[in-house]
Design a protein around this ligand. Structure first.
Ligand code: ATP
Ligand code: MG
Length: 428
């Protein structure tokens, strides 16, 4: 259930809105003061903000301004009193997603909410021929109950595809549960996966149902499965093979009917060869491998993806952002080592600082430089060497003897390198 923040100083109005929001299948939180909302809440936690216009201390317009000033792009619906059209217009200018004029019906509220927050689960853009083929294949795979192994660089859309498979499977009415095997410690991961009984270990004050069980009749996504500890891999194998799980401290195994999808951005076979991943588990997971290509191998997807993200942001902001030809060209030429995620973040940042609704390429590329993902360092070894030498010189106040010592190089090498970088004038 998506969380919605309601800000209204009048208690009965807030209560009525809260009821209406619940009826829309959303999770309301009520604040009676915008100042408190700004101080006490992380506004990014909400999928939507509904605010009254007329409030003491800070009105709805100021509240909206403050929200946007913080770079928070959560859609805001402003509720205005009868006959205050100017305020509504002003709110739209400031980036409200929409407004409602009092009095309004439940249906009016509901339709505004539905327009702003379409059930956006598994929106999938696939324009490049390779992706079209992939999506077609995914649909077929979805219908069967086969175990899928998704590989691909960071940010290529592995989770998006996994959700898509679930959505198009016979299991779609049951849960899709994801667990990241890299994010938590081995012992915690075991209890997250398989659950534990009350008192199974120190700190197990309550019984916990594991994700395997939560995904019963549904789909379990094992994200970054290559990172799972070797010991735990054996337990996972058992759960998959026997179709039952052992809660930690449990007396008897519990049968489960869970479809497994695993993802990895490492070469799993390489991990097997290196002795870090169990071969038997590899074959259990690698039943139907799907490789999601990096964005550089499907440049035809760049523009449609950008359009898609821009449309989504426009709907949230009540704006009509569009790409200038230069902007499209720029997107096409730029490197996207962080793949779709980097493109999405880039569009987001561009919209935040855009001065008009027609988006332009950045003036200052440096501002936009994102940290390269560690697995794919952007520069060459030479670049890194240069970086290292220069930063060490910076550190030592350009004392070449000290820098040479630190780097384990001769002073002469450092001098030669500086000549190579055309920085030898800095020598004296
Ligand atoms: N084909 C697509 N259409 C629309 N949005 C996409 C597509 N692929 C990826 N995205 C978006 O890009 C972002 C990254 O996708 P996702 O989280 O699925 O990548 P990932 O491969 O799981 O990355 P990581 O390896 O870092 O976990 C998400 O916000 C997702 O919604
Ligand atoms: Mg992921």
């Amino acid at each position: 259930m998506k969380p919605v923040l309601i800000v209204d100083d009048e208690a009965h109005m807030a209560e009525a809105l809260s009821e209406a929001v619940k009826r829309c299948g959303l999770l309301p939180t009520v604040m009676n003061s915008p100042v408190d909302a700004l101080l006490k809440l992380n506004l990014l936690d909400y999928s939507l903000i509904l605010t009254d216009m007329k409030m003491p201390k800070m009105d709805g317009l100021e509240f909206l301004k403050e929200i946007r000033k913080r770079g928070v792009f959560v859609p805001v619906i402003v509720i205005t009193g009868y006959g205050t059209v100017e305020n509504a217009v002003e709110a739209m200018k400031l980036g409200a997603a929409d407004y409602l004029m009092k009095p309004f019906s439940f249906e009016a509220l509901k339709s505004v909410i539905e327009r702003i927050m379409p059930s956006e689960d598994t929106d999938l853009v696939a324009a490049a021929p390779v992706m079209k083929k992939l999506v077609a294949m995914v649909k077929e795979v979805a219908a069967s109950d086969i175990t899928v192994l998704l590989t691909g660089e960071s940010g290529t859309g592995k989770e998006v595809i996994a959700r898509h498979i679930h959505k198009h499977s016979l299991r779609s009415s049951a849960a899709f549960v994801a667990i990241n095997c890299a994010a938590i410690s081995e012992s915690l991961l075991e209890s997250e996966l398989f659950g534990h009984e009350k008192g199974a270990f120190t700190g197990a004050s309550e019984k916990r149902i594991g994700k395997f069980e939560l995904a019963n009749k549904g789909t379990l996504l094992l994200d970054e499965v290559s990172e799972m500890a070797f010991q735990l891999q054996a337990k996972l194998l058992r759960a998959i093979q026997e179709r039952e799980v052992d809660r930690i401290g449990g007396k008897a195994p519990i049968p489960v009917d869970t479809r497994i999808i695993a993802t990895t951005n490492k070469d799993l076979l390489q991990e097997v060869k290196a002795g870090r991943f169990r071969e038997d588990l590899f074959y259990r997971l690698n039943v139907f491998p799907i490789r999601i290509p990096p964005l550089r191998e499907r440049k035809e997807d760049i523009a449609p993806l950008a359009e898609f993200f821009i449309a989504k942001l426009s709907a949230k902001m009540g704006r009509g952002y569009s790409m200038s030809p230069e902007f499209s060209r720029y997107l096409q030429q730029r490197q996207w080592n962080g793949n779709v995620r980097e493109l999405e973040n880039f569009i987001y940042r561009t919209v935040v600082i855009a001065k008009s609704e027609t988006l332009l390429p950045p003036e200052d590329e440096f501002e936009y430089k994102t940290e390269e993902p560690r697995e794919t360092p952007g520069g060459t070894v030479k670049d890194m060497e240069r970086e290292l030498i220069l930063s060490t010189l910076e550190e030592t106040g350009w004392n070449k003897t000290k820098a040479a010592e630190k780097l384990g190089l001769s002073v002469r090498t450092i001098r030669n390198k500086l000549k190579e970088y055309d920085l030898d004038k800095k020598d004296d």
